[in-house]
Design a protein around this ligand. Structure first.
Ligand code: AHM
Ligand code: MG
Length: 350
């Protein structure tokens, strides 16, 4: 895969493309009538993720400061990072002229912005810091987002319902992974693109144009400690992957941070699963701000994502915090899953 040159090593090198430039290029090509509000909204989103990554990068230091900060009246350093991430996104996206409703994993109810009639064409749904329980041990975490249009019925649609659209209606989706580098992976339905944050210039630079998932891989990714309570079909599928019956040899990798596990699956191929369990019979992951945006990216990269039975992007959500089982992977792994014998119980959704 072609990599962008080092932005700092080649002053004046015009082959460097920032995320903002990429958006403008795509708009010129596909949406010539666009008025710029979409790219404005994305610049708010990327600003928030830069603020979050700056905090994540100093997480261990902030813990030290946090102890001293007990005497600090501001109390800022005591904030948990997921609360900080949520506030950064709410702040940077709280533009009533562009955004009507914000839905966050961290907020029980949707946040409605006061806007004048006709303003605020978008609904943004996000998980501010997915996998945040891993932050204490320096494991990659991420922000996941999904962008929808506000339903045409305008003010008549209650805020709580504005986000209840199937994933197939997403205008754009992406995630930012705060890993060994900070990378933004993004789709607006015209392929998947990766932009690495260049700390020297403070901008996301196109590093992975047109990401395609390998058709077959050799990694499966699942929390195997829960396997005893997976439905039979999932257990048999995993048995087949382990036994070599598929004709391929598989290794197991599980970070427990969805963005990290999905990112690896996107680049190296294979399959990622979060099946129904006795603890979470409807699955653990959230449909609106975890499964949908990731499924959109995976499909755009040539893979598939299902809840074990249905295409994730076809599911009509009923609640903003609804959960779903999730199976996503490359063509070969998903075909094997389709063939695995045994019925999946109808998922009971929250
Ligand atoms: P979170 O949104 O509370 O961080 O939970 C979601 C995370 C995912 O990142 C990850 O795939 C999953 O939970 C791991 O769950 P488990 O520890 O049950 O394997
Ligand atoms: Mg999450």
């Amino acid at each position: 895969m072609e990599r962008a040159p080092d932005a700092t090593a080649a002053p004046g090198d015009h082959s460097i493309v920032t995320f903002q430039q990429h958006l403008l290029q795509q708009q010129r090509e596909y949406y010539p009538g666009a008025k710029g509000s979409f790219s404005w909204l994305l610049s708010g989103l990327t600003l928030a993720t830069k603020m979050i990554q700056a905090r994540v990068r100093r997480a261990g230091l902030l813990d030290v400061l946090g102890a001293a900060g007990d005497v600090n009246v501001q109390g800022e350093v005591q904030q948990k990072l997921d609360v900080f991430a949520n506030q950064a996104l709410l702040h940077c996206l709280g533009v009533p002229e562009i955004v009507a409703v914000l839905v966050s994993e961290e907020n029980e109810n949707p946040v409605t912005l006061r806007r004048s009639e006709g303003a605020g064409g978008y609904v943004i749904v996000f998980d501010p810091l997915d996998g945040s329980s891993n932050i204490d041990v320096n494991v990659g975490v991420g922000t996941i987002f999904s962008i929808l249009r506000r339903p045409a019925a305008g003010g008549a649609v209650a805020a709580a319902d504005a986000a209840l659209q199937p994933g197939a209606s997403q205008v754009a989706a992406g995630y930012v992974m705060y890993g060994s580098s900070t990378i933004l992976v993004y789709t607006a339905g015209k392929g998947v693109f990766g932009f690495t944050l260049d700390p020297a210039v403070g901008d996301y630079v196109l590093s992975h144009p047109d990401i395609r998932m390998p058709e077959a891989g050799n990694i499966y990714s699942v929390n195997e400690a829960l396997a005893a309570s997976f439905p039979d079909r999932y257990r048999r599928y995993l048995d087949r992957l382990r036994s070599g019956a598929t004709g391929r040899r598989y290794a197991s990798r599980y970070v427990g941070s969805m963005v990290s596990d999905v990112h690896r699956t996107l680049f190296k191929g294979g399959v990622f699963l979060y099946p129904p369990t006795d603890r979470d019979p409807g699955g653990k992951l959230r449909l609106l701000y975890e499964a949908n945006p990731i499924a959109y990216i995976v499909e755009q990269a040539g893979g598939r994502a299902t809840d074990g039975e249905r295409r994730i992007l076809d599911i009509q959500p009923e609640h903003i915090h609804q959960r779903t089982p999730l199976v996503l992977g490359g063509r070969a792994e998903m075909e094997e899953f389709d063939k695995a014998p045994g019925a999946v119980p109808e998922p009971s959704r929250r």
